[in-house]
Design a protein around this ligand. Sequence first.
Ligand code: TEU
Ligand code: CA
Length: 541
Amino acid sequence: MSVTNEISPDTPTAWWRDAAIYQVYIRSFADGNGDGIGDLAGVRARLPYLADLGIDAIWFCPWYPSPMDDGGYDVSDFRDIEPTFGTLEEAELLIAEAHELGIRIIIDIVPNHASDEHPWFKAALAAGPGSPERERFWFRPGRGENGELPPNDWQSRFGGPAWTRVADGEWFLHLYSSRQPDFNWTNPEVHAEFIDILKFWFDRGIDGFRIDVADGLIKDPSLPDVHGATTGPLPYSDMDGVHEVYRAWRKISDSYPGERIFVGEMWLPDPIRFARYLRPDEMHSAFNFDFLSCPWEAKRLREVIQSSMDSHSLVGAPPTWVLSNHDVTRHVTRYGRSGDTGFEFADRRHGTPVDRDLGTRRARAAALLTMALPGGVYVYQGEELGLWEIEDIPDELRQDPVFERTKHADPGRDGCRVPIPWGDTKPPFSFGTGGSWLPQPQEWAAYTAEAEAADPDSMLSLYRKALHIRRDEPALGDGEMSWAMSLADVIAFNRDPGFTCMVNLSAEPVPLPRHESIILASGPLQGDQLPPDTAVWLRTY
Ligand code: TEU
Ligand code: CA
């Protein structure tokens, strides 16, 4: 392996302020041992691909031992590696190899809940009501004459009640599946445990943590009913006490050499509340889901961009620009839909007609938009290949607990988690040698990394070019932007020195502004006109 850009963990740089971070959902990335499930050996073999792509860091979805009820977000041991993925030793090798290639490593941490197979939860079940073991979770007697009703009316985010009854009659709280009991963060033991887990992984050289459900740790201990509310002030989301947790965590990360970071996952309706997590003594950055959820409409996108810039500048944090992840409908599909092109969990709108060529053109334009905006950018595995949502997975193969828990009303998230096509002309497209845990469509023969690497007009070639330009271009990355004059359905902004990004969301071609040269375009231009659903980067005077 050639050493390109080795990271010295002792050099303090604010690398995270404008990093391009690639999200790896391990079981769908690359399978090294032929069992049909992605693993660390697969990732290690593909590190050169990621280095060529031009990313600065990888974020790994949970790699810990897990019964995989929720794809690894049900953790049974926070200090080891899931055996089907590999070993702790392999993880250490992977970290070192990535660092040699100039790639930093961020891992998921899941502080809101554990797996029901976590030793603490097993101990809690065994110890019985009133025991200190139960105090690490939320156990309560039920309501009703014989305690047969849940302690309150909270609903799981995966559907159904947020409480499950155990054999001795008590109920435990789970905001997600019934195999994901929520930790009780009023218990100092829980705090101490997570501090120790952070150190365990920082000591192994990781560069940061992505914090799962970062807003959810603290619950109102009176556990009040919510009477059907899912937004507004909720007694299990964005409670003020959660900030104390991250202040304590920040002290830990700051005590390590280099810049070790926290990235928060919070789906919050209020950008100002959101920014509170990014105060200088809390997290470094967080996913911009307002941007991800926004439909492909110039006015709405401009508003979201402006409000993101404003809210982040209140706390001096860099915004991030996210189009897809392992929980949402892939954006080629969303942007190609007739009707609403935004995203909401309440309705995935599977089965809505999709014009995939249109969705792809818009996805290409969106990539240049995100990479030109100030701050960080995320790439979800497969978006660089232009993959779309797989909506026709047979019911019996669906694995996401959302599908069962909503009694099939919500198809769940398997459609964005189909294993990546790397090469070859038929499934599993070199994902591995032993099939793939979710079926891939035959059409992906034209979308393998190998096929796209050979095509200068592919999505992969666009991402490679754009990420490399972004890295070298002084105007891009961290900093400021200013809106340029433009037509109503056009997004145009300037960055200093001498850079303009323009995206045409109207139905007609629009004239390019005065420029010195064209740096990159997401599709063919028509002379001096920018066609619909196309973005361009210009060198300006
Ligand atoms: O997701 C948090 C979350 O609430 C949503 O993104 C979730 O996917 C949605 O409610 C499903 O309908 C995080 C992880 O990203 C997700 O994969 C996990 O399932 C979840 O936490 C629980 O750990
Ligand atoms: Ca495997």
